[in-house]
Ligand binder design. Sequence first.
Ligand code: GLU
Length: 304
Amino acid sequence: MDYQAILNLIERELTPDIKLGKVASYIPQLAKVDPLKFGVYLYCHDSTSYQFGDSQEKFSIQSISKVFTLIIAKELLGKDLWKRVHVEPSGTAFNSLTELERDQGIPRNPFINAGSIVVADTLLSALDHPKEDLLKFVQKLCGDDSISYNEAVAASEKAHGYRNKALVNYMKALGNIDNDPDDVLNFYFYQCSIVMSCEQLSKTFMLLANEGRHYKTQEQVIDPQSVKRINSIMQTCGFYDEAGEFSYRVGLPGKSGVGGGIVAVHPKHYSVAVWSPMLNSKGNSALGMKALERLTTLTGLSIF
Ligand code: GLU
């Protein structure tokens, strides 16, 4: 498969559409990004890699971080985690309050904000140094110690995260948050502020394309059964209330963030990350979705 030729074609085809969508502005710091950034990095099972554009520039991974915290929480809590958060697609916006009320404070899945806030709460209880431990985990998976939090993004979100404050307080009232809500949110805002490049993301997510093994050392980090579970949740819940659309168009499990990043994995084949900050009305990178749709169409490869 000539992945580089396919990526070059995708870049040529899609660059004219680069102005589709809108950069996220509800976190003011995110609005400062150059909207015309566009990059892809694809890391293959055989250790070859292919890329174009701004694939090595770091950006705010936002909700993509929800996969990392879920992996850790699932390892630490096992099945008990599912008493606190379910695994059903939501069909409503990622920060919906009405859904949480209907679900009596048990979030629909770990990738909507309420669900990831519960996951953050479990890590706060289970880890001595949650912030440091999360960063170390991501750095280890990537094999890159330079991965860091972005203080300005975390502070910006803290100053404007009124909906998230409402979600955590509502869940606290219903008994689904153990720690102090401000501490939980503080950790949650930090996890969302992690900055990584497409290259770093695709290498890190190889864990989920490589049966739970580290892409470089081949160390078994999580077992293949856990990979199955996490990938299933990404497939059904990874794209806000557009998970069905992404699944239909791309045919791979993945996760997006409002920073304009999307990561998708094709187990035993590759892990791919794309970044284009302009979002569609559902909060997913408009060009990113198109790029991945073209990738699975042009390669003729998807999980289906
Ligand atoms: N930090 C963002 C929020 O909580 C994450 C949103 C996202 O990327 O989906 O609103």
